[in-house]
Design a protein around this ligand. Structure first.
Ligand code: DC
Length: 222
């Protein structure tokens, strides 16, 4: 088994951007676990499945095929062989991904997949429950946080750059709702592991957070 750096935190805490940069600098493989739940949510929409139909959603999660190609320009995501890199970030997927990821059996399937993706590699894995549930024995555990206003501001700007059409108010409400939902999950709830190092990124630049995390990793791997 390789070594594992786990990064947890709420939507907009900077996990995605920061994790990719740290991975590039330290030569680690980066795994964004939100992708796996977003793919299930997208397939639920593609197949027109109601959110009430949990059995069907569980079946989708059990049979889904997800491939993630780590490239210097970001992850290319394939769902059952089709490139869905942009589709998984749509407003519609973002709205239903938290309830979809709250289904216990969906989590079992995705966590299984995430553990397999990590097998034998040196990785940095980001999500909500990496340090508490997916890899409770990770070598380095970090929790990134920031105020909700700052996180909504960041996500709104990111969406604009990606031509995703959501107002600031929509982004703020979505993040607030996802925080509540993510924290209330029966399994894999968003919470700080007792041995995680908390980094508040509210007033830090991306490069400052990257530097901080690289230092934490280096100190903990000695
Ligand atoms: O990080 P993200 O916004 O792409 O994640 C999308 C959703 O997936 C988020 O609302 C919560 C869920 N998620 C989860 O439950 N557990 C993870 N390890 C990662 C994401």
């Amino acid at each position: 088994m390789g070594f594992i750096v786990g990064i947890d935190g709420p939507a907009g805490s900077g996990k995605g951007t920061v994790t990719k940069k740290v991975a590039n600098e330290l030569g680690l493989i980066n795994i964004d676990t939100g992708i796996t739940y977003r793919c299930v949510a997208l397939e639920v929409l593609n197949q027109n499945v109601s959110l009430e139909d949990t059995d069907k959603i569980i079946e989708i999660a059990r049979n889904i095929k997800i491939d993630i190609d780590n490239t210097p320009n970001g992850d290319i995501v394939y769902l059952n062989g089709k490139d869905v890199t942009k589709d998984i970030r749509s407003k519609e997927v973002t709205k239903i991904v938290s309830p979809v990821s709250s289904i216990k059996e969906v989590r079992y399937s995705m966590v299984d997949m995430q553990r397999k993706l990590a097998e034998g590699k040196d990785i940095i894995m980001e999500g909500r429950d990496i340090c508490t549930y997916v890899f409770p024995n990770a070598d380095v555990k970090i929790y990134l946080d920031a105020s909700i206003e700052e996180r909504a501001k960041r996500r709104y700007k990111e969406n604009q750059e990606k031509n995703i059409d959501m107002t600031y108010e929509e982004v703020y409400e979505n993040i607030k709702k996802r925080d509540e939902n993510d924290k209330a999950k029966e399994i894999g709830a968003l919470k700080i592991a007792s041995d995680s190092i908390v980094v508040d990124t509210t007033s830090l630049s991306i490069d400052e957070v990257v530097e901080k995390i690289i230092n934490i990793i280096k100190q903990n791997l000695k």
